[in-house]
Design a protein around this ligand. Sequence first.
Ligand code: GLN
Length: 451
Amino acid sequence: AHLDRIGAVDEKVHAFLHVDTEGALKAAKAVDDKRAAGEKLGPLAGVPLALKDIFTTKGIPTTVGSKMLEGWIPPYDATLTARLKQAGIVILGKTNMDEFAMGSSTENSAYGPTGNPWDLTRIPGGSGGGSSAALASFQAPLAIGTDTGGSIRQPAAVTGTVGVKPTYGGVSRYGMVAFSSSLDQGGPCARTVLDAALLHEVIAGYDPMDSTSIDAPVPPVVEAARNGDVRGLRVGVIKEFAGEGYQAGVMERFNESVELLRELGAEVVELSCPSFEYALAAYYLIAPSECSSNLARFDGLRYGLRVGDDGTRSAEDVTALTREAGFGPEVKRRIMLGTYALSSGYYDAYYGSAQKVRTLISRDFERSFQQVDVVISPTTPTTAFPIGERADDPMAMYLADLCTIPANLAGNAAMSVPCGLASEDGLPVGLQIIAPAMADDRLYRVGAAVE
Ligand code: GLN
């Protein structure tokens, strides 16, 4: 049924870069056979899923939304991919994304934009816009995203779906193409909080193949999603996430959610996190710096695209020609920014300062979590903007992640859950919930309460 739905609507939505019809039907049949044989199966066995094209899939193309990896077929599965398969989850295909996960609208994909199912002329968020659009257009009930600065939560917010960035180190990065390794985190996307929790449980947990993977039990997310009791819970509202640049309809729905939580028995506290003002600036030094280093591996020699290798050119020239042809403008902008910020003489002024700000942001969170159990904010300052509106203005594009970036810099767990439609445009609004590291279950408790 989901493959039929993809056939019927994806020409318009363009959520998928690759649909694996044969593999999906085979995986579904394998689950049926196991069930018929009386084998005990997990709760998501047989449930279809849309996988962001940043995770390696053995034998299935993985492009990361870039021409650089066009035609590349990975010889191995990411840990996350392997865990999905092990749980009997049926992978329908790979979803569209901003090239190398750099963007907030999916317009930076080398394979064309994705439409927001609520209004196809608007963006579905980014970088994981293919995954959020697949959910919102009922092409898949589950999806996977990755969140470096908001790429799970912001797409969830603007498509009226649920997206979770687990605690940094909670979900393995092995086989997830690296953008900014100290920030990147894979996580679950779904249409309900409980669905996201069930998927979270499948993909989370220690992996010796990822050196930053946390070796501790997965927080009880499913139990929390089934519970949804917020009585006595202390909820912090960050004072700095309001004011200029925040759409009135977004703030209306946010304030309503605050009231709802109060009615449900939570205690609401106003908090100040003064360093958050510098989060965006710090992120746009740290993320490009790490990207410039991570993307050095795309040299035209090891894998993917190779341009100009006609027997007359040096390896260096082939690398330069390949990178010129294979990377899009936003990726090049980030590599140049990062290379500059890391260069000797500028390192202390840029990268070094950004790392200090990162520490201050962690301290703001630590101080907050001494007073409250979770903090909340709008996920994104505005609803989905029209395709093209911010495409030529990187600064305007970067502002979409104003509220989501601090949780990445500090490594906290965070969720976006739908909280209604904005009155001025009838488009979905997301509520962001942030919890301390390894307290991911609190997200699900609060998410289930407001859903
Ligand atoms: N929009 C942010 C960026 O462009 C975040 C991307 C992400 O989370 N992958 O870097």
